[in-house]
Write a protein that binds this ligand. Structure first.
Ligand SMILES: [Zn+2]
Length: 278
């Protein structure tokens, strides 16, 4: 569930609050913790992490990468929170949220906790990033590509445009929620085939991707503050707003699908249903 905007703000907070901290203690709380933690070093998760200092925190797509400073080789703690994982900064005395699976205690007494309602996320420990599952092969960050690169990268993908936007091989960091927001901003029907988009529509999509994500980072920054366990989404225009008026035209927001895979769109602003026979 966390996508580029949320993870980018989490990274900013961790840059201030976690970088430079030395990890004094690691606690993995079974059973969920044992599912979440993946030790690709095979040297023992707790033993390898303890005593290291967090040198940097970088976001790449929907991953957060902690570089841990050791006396010998480079070491990475890589978080892929998937749909339900989140981090929390806490004092050691703060009550644990339910489903707190992993706790890192810094030498200053503060803690970084990993919480995951369904333990779907993964916390990898690895000497190299390429061996982390799903990390290699990621496309560029949305803010790092030009319109021309965007057009070129789009060409091999022939499916429905929403599905293409959420493919990490195309661009990294966009999931189900922000794909809906971007397509609404671009006024494109989510089930249009990529091959049906003309040059002007692709340019609109590119602009909408960048402005939607940039504006979302600003809003999340204000609403999240230092509480990185939050997932502020009330400000979204249409995602999870089924039946509410479209902020642009007032048409009730449409819904297709169920559970984690829902698609919201505006039939008036994003026409195209007839093409698909809807
Ligand atoms: Zn509308």
């Amino acid at each position: 569930m966390p996508e580029l905007p949320e993870l980018e703000v989490v990274r900013e907070v961790l840059q201030r609050r976690a970088v430079g901290q030395t990890i004094a203690k690691v606690e993995i709380r079974p059973p969920g913790g044992l599912i979440v933690v993946r030790d690709l070093t095979h040297a023992g998760f707790e033993a390898t992490v303890m005593g290291t200092t967090i040198a940097s925190v970088v976001r790449r797509g929907k991953f957060l990468v902690f570089s841990l400073q050791t006396k010998t080789e480079p070491l990475f703690l890589v978080l892929n929170p998937k749909l339900t994982g989140r981090l929390q900064l806490a004092a050691a005395t703060d009550k644990r949220m339910p489903r707190t699976h992993v706790e890192f205690t810094f030498t200053n007494g503060r803690q970084l906790r990993y919480v995951d309602q369904k333990h779907m996320g993964q916390l990898y420990l690895s000497y190299d990033l390429e061996s982390v599952p799903d990390y290699a092969g990621m496309g560029p960050e949305p803010f790092d590509i030009s319109l021309e690169e965007f057009r070129t990268r789009l060409k091999p993908f022939r499916g429905e445009i929403k599905g293409v936007l959420t493919r990490k091989e195309f661009v990294a960091g966009i999931g189900n929620a922000y794909a809906d927001e971007i397509l609404w901003a671009a006024r494109l029907y989510p089930y249009r085939k990529r091959t049906q988009l003309n040059a002007e529509e692709v340019a609109r999509l590119y602009e909408a991707m960048r402005t939607t994500l940039a504006e979302a980072v600003e809003k999340v920054r204000v609403e999240m503050g230092e509480q990185i366990e939050l997932k502020p989404r009330d400000f979204l225009a249409i995602h999870m707003k089924t039946g509410q008026p479209c902020p642009r035209c007032g048409t009730p927001i449409s819904l297709v699908g169920a559970n984690q895979r829902i698609t919201n769109f505006c039939r008036t602003c994003q026409p195209g249903g007839l093409i698909r026979g809807m």
